[in-house]
Write a protein that binds this ligand. Sequence first.
Ligand code: HAM
Length: 448
Amino acid sequence: MSDEGNPQQAPTAHKLQTPIGMHDILPDDHEFFTFIKKVVRHRARQCGFRRITTPILEATEVFQRGIGDATDIVDKEMYTFTDKGDRSMTLKPEGTAGVVRSYIEHGMKELPQPVQLYYIEPHFRYDKPQKGRYRQFWQFGIEIIGETDPALDAQIIDLANRINEDLGIAHLFQIQINNIGCPKCRTKYKEELVNFYIGKERSLCENCQDRLHKNPLRLLDCKAEDCRILAELAPKFEQYRCPTCVEFHTKLKGYLDELKIEYVENPKLVRGLDYYTGTVFEFWDKTEGAQNAIGGGGRYDGLTELMGGQPTPAVGYAAGLERIIGHMHKEGIKVPSKDDLHIFVAQLGDDAKKKCLTLLNQLRERGIKAVGALGKGSMKAQMRLADKFKVPYTLIMGITEVREGVVIVRNMQKGQQRPVPFDEVVEEVVKLIGEENLDKYSPGELLY
Ligand code: HAM
């Protein structure tokens, strides 16, 4: 019988799940996220970057103008909807366009230049979900806005590389670099590319046939077999790069050499976003190549103007946190767990329960991570739980202990226990745990 036929019967319950291509970040995953965020914050602050957070969604135009209508991201992968005010809004598929919108909106041009900003946020792309490719994913990004010099591009690459080193995964990646020229030399090159491909359209994949007049540079990094063969024969950008771009690129390579950063020149690297000018780079997985690039970036000197601001040079980089974590798992890298508990508090009887509430607070105020199963009845059930939490010590208080003003301190590994006066138990626990292992919390500290 259908549910509609019987109003008394509850509708069949569907199994509720995360949306396709999106994931819960469970407590074990958060240990990795927290570790990566700390590394990024530390390294970015060292270099004078300050954190920015832009809204999770923006007017669709921000991305259409910024990333470019002819890119896969804008054309196929955006989560776009009309809000109740009939405005077209989009969940941000990347961070740079929003940061530049914010730079213009808040008059950051008036600040000492360059303005250096970083972010760690979720992004959304309606991509085909597969390994390392999700519909919601986290990125950290670093942007230097307001100045142009190849030394800044080198610094961004260096910072990205240092973060990978701190995370223990730098050796897995190869840095690929290219210079896709300024609008002047690139326009000429695009014309030559289109001329080359005209008459060969039928050998191109469907995607590339579509891109040929909209975004011909993308034909160079298409993965389809026939497109790859044609890309090998296509005119090379080196022949069209203007002297200014040649000099910029040569200087960048000199700075990278100075910083002892290894890189590979890849004349076919063009990136999937339209705002790039000049330098582009990606961190490729040494075994899987571009497919599993962990991060990428480049110079976007024309973006601010495109978004309605004054011409302002800029360079930046972003990397995907899920991909970083995937590589950390593959390498067997462990991160420090801050969630391990120090103490379990077990109690029996109403008076003991009351005392335990205060005791738990006193322990936590001192930096001791403590839990008590205040809802559990029997001592046996509580001790079972203490075992599950894998705490090194359990504090036990029953009717006798309350009467005598003591707490039993039990060493869980050795199975030994002894009474300690109630007023002394917190400091006794500190001695056992070690002052250096406490989880100190100071509300004055920056906690985000
Ligand atoms: P992007 O190359 O599109 O660049 O993305 C950067 C990184 O984000 C990728 O290398 C990858 O690790 C991660 N990522 C991208 N899409 C997905 C996905 N669907 N699932 C999982 N991870 C993904 C940008 O977004 C530019 N805004 C970078 C930039 C900053 N350029 C200048 N400044």
